[in-house]
Write a protein that binds this ligand. Structure first.
Ligand SMILES: Cc1cc2nc3c(=O)[nH]c(=O)nc-3n(C[C@H](O)[C@H](O)[C@H](O)COP(=O)(O)O)c2cc1C
Length: 191
C-alpha cells in the first residue's frame, strides 16, 4: 500500500507562504485551480452548512486594481500612502490566479459562527496543501483592504459573512525553509 502518511507529511511540512513578489509569472492551468477548489469542498463541515465560497480571478489584475482603488477611496488623506496604492495595484503582476475566500454564514443557528469560520479555514488549507502537491506557490493574505468593510461591500456579502482572506497562487523559482518559533511541546499537553 502507498505510504500515505509519508506523502501527506511531506506536503504539510513543505507548504510555505510564498508572497506574490517571489512568484515568477507562470500561469497555472484553470483545470488545476478547479481541482484545488474540489479539495476545498471536502473540508469538514458541521451540519453540512458548507460555508466556504470562492471568487476566482483568472486575471489577477482585475482584483488587484480594484483592491488599490478601494484603498484610495476609503483612506483619508492623512493616512494615504502612494507606495501602498502602487503595491496593491501591482501585487498580481507575477501571480497566476487570485481566489477570494469567503465564509457564508448558513441558516442553522445551532452552528456557531466560529465553526463556520473554522470549516472555511480548513477548506483554505485543503487548497494550500493541494497547491503544494502540484508545486504551486501560495500566499494567504488578510492585508490591505481585505478585512475592511469596503471589501465586504464590494463582494456584496451579508453582515454575518466574512472575508477569510485572499489566496494568491502562482509559481516560484525559489525554495523557502519553514520556521516555527514556539516548540511543539509548549503547545501540547498529554494527559
Ligand atoms: C489567516 C492568515 C492570514 C495571513 N495574512 C498575511 C498577511 O496579510 N501578510 C503577510 O505577510 N502574511 C500573512 N499570512 C502568512 C503568514 O505570515 C505566514 O503563514 C507565516 O509567515 C508562516 O509562514 P508559513 O506559512 O510558510 O509557515 C497570513 C497567514 C494566515 C494563516
Amino acid at each position: 500500500m502507498a505510504d500515505y502518511f509519508s506523502t501527506i507529511s511531506t506536503i504539510i511540512k513543505n507548504r510555505r507562504t510564498i508572497k506574490p513578489f517571489m512568484m515568477n509569472g507562470g500561469k497555472i492551468p484553470d483545470e488545476q485551480v478547479s481541482q484545488l477548489l474540489e479539495l476545498a469542498d471536502w473540508a469538514p463541515t458541521h451540519g453540512y452548512t458548507e460555508p466556504w465560497r470562492f471568487v476566482v480571478y483568472t486575471n489577477p489584475a482585475d482584483f488587484c486594481h480594484q483592491h488599490a482603488e478601494m484603498y484610495k477611496q476609503n483612506t483619508d488623506a492623512a493616512n494615504y500612502i502612494e507606495a501602498s496604492y502602487t503595491n496593491f495595484y501591482t501585487q498580481g503582476d507575477k501571480v497566476s490566479h487570485v481566489i477570494v475566500a469567503i465564509m457564508e454564514r448558513g441558516n442553522l443557528p445551532k452552528i456557531p459562527v466560529f465553526e463556520e469560520i473554522a470549516a472555511t479555514a480548513a477548506a483554505i488549507q485543503n487548497i494550500l496543501l493541494g497547491a503544494t502537491a502540484l508545486n504551486i506557490a501560495s500566499f494567504w493574505s488578510t492585508g490591505g483592504m481585505i478585512l475592511k468593510p469596503a471589501m465586504k461591500t464590494f463582494l456584496k456579502l451579508n453582515d454575518e459573512d466574512e472575508v477569510m482572506g485572499v489566496l494568491y497562487l502562482g509559481y516560484t523559482d525559489e525554495q523557502f525553509a519553514g520556521v516555527r518559533k514556539i516548540p511543539l511541546s509548549e503547545k501540547v499537553k498529554w494527559v
